[in-house]
Design a protein around this ligand. Structure first.
Ligand code: SAH
Length: 268
């Protein structure tokens, strides 16, 4: 599922960070780590920090240059502890997750992380298609490199999960089943009828309003309980209209009766 996504660590100084990065990746279901000329690797400290992510460490690739690390990638994203370090197309971590997830369905994608002490050079950043900045505390915005990788990996996972469910509302952990199509259709008929009786829907453009109302409700994805409440509201409105009409009809009848019941009045 994440096979086309690689994280590239440039000139990492502390091997512990390599182990922590491996663990962060595995926690999020990713597994490909590429090291560009690390100071110390292999290393016992990396193994120790990787905990149960030794399989990620086993698969690590070590290369000499950033160019080698990303050679076959049509999409390369560079990370920066400072926002807008150089004017460049900038992604939020969320946008980065969406883009990486979408493009990795088609081709290889790399996300590049810098040195602990000074990040990526401008030259390295300019080799990337996009930059991504985690909007941390402006007064202390540099995360530990493995922590930054964790955030980016998490966003990729979130994008993947959202794409899997295909809808903004998830019913798997919802307390009510979703409303069925036919019930929602009945609701729309009921709604149109009520709004027409109220004089809210006019003959000149009723369809446009109903289309917009449909779109509104469909965005929400009603559950059965919510739909029941909405239908109840419409029934109350209709009852109210019905009783008002009855009262008016009764009054009109009474008036006619009074007018008719005094025959002499009109002739005198
Ligand atoms: N003093 C360096 C800090 C580097 S932090 C500098 O100012 O650039 C090491 C690496 O962690 C960075 O190169 C980047 O890959 C990642 N990182 C740290 N904080 C980040 C943030 N807020 N957003 C994106 N990446 C970050």
């Amino acid at each position: 599922m994440f096979d086309n996504i690689r994280m590239v660590l440039v000139n990492t100084t502390h091997p512990g960070n390599i182990g922590a990065a491996a663990r962060a990746l595995k926690n999020m279901g990713l597994s490909r780590l590429v090291l560009v000329d690390p100071l110390e690797y292999p290393s016992e400290r990396a193994v120790w920090r990787a905990a149960n992510a030794l399989d990620v460490l086993d698969k690590i690739q070590v290369v000499g240059t950033l160019e080698e690390a990303v050679a076959d990638c049509p999409l390369v994203i560079g990370t920066s502890a400072r926002g807008r370090r150089i004017p460049w197309p900038l992604l939020t971590p969320r946008e980065c997750g969406d883009r990486v997830w979408a493009e990795s369905a088609k081709h290889e994608v790399a996300i590049v992380f810098g040195r602990e002490d000074r990040g990526l050079t401008n030259e390295e950043l300019q080799k990337c298609h996009f930059h991504v900045h985690i909007p941390a505390n402006p007064e202390y915005s540099a995360l530990n490199v493995a922590a930054a990788l964790q955030v980016i990996a998490y966003e990729i996972r979130m994008s993947a999960l959202a794409a899997e469910s295909g809808a903004p509302v998830h019913f798997d952990d919802w307390d009510m089943p979703p409303a069925q199509f036919q019930d929602v259709e009945m609701y729309f008929t009921h709604l149109e009828e009520t709004l027409t009786k109220l004089g809210f829907l006019t003959a000149d453009n009723p369809r446009q309003t109903m289309t917009r109302l449909r779109r509104l409700y469909n965005r929400v994805r009603l559950d059965q309980m919510e739909l029941g409440i909405l239908r109840g509201v419409l029934t109350s409105v209709q009852n109210h209209i019905f009783h008002s009409h009855n009262k008016i009809a009764a009054l009109e009848a009474r008036i006619r009766e009074l007018e008719g019941g005094d025959p002499g009045q009109g002739n005198t």
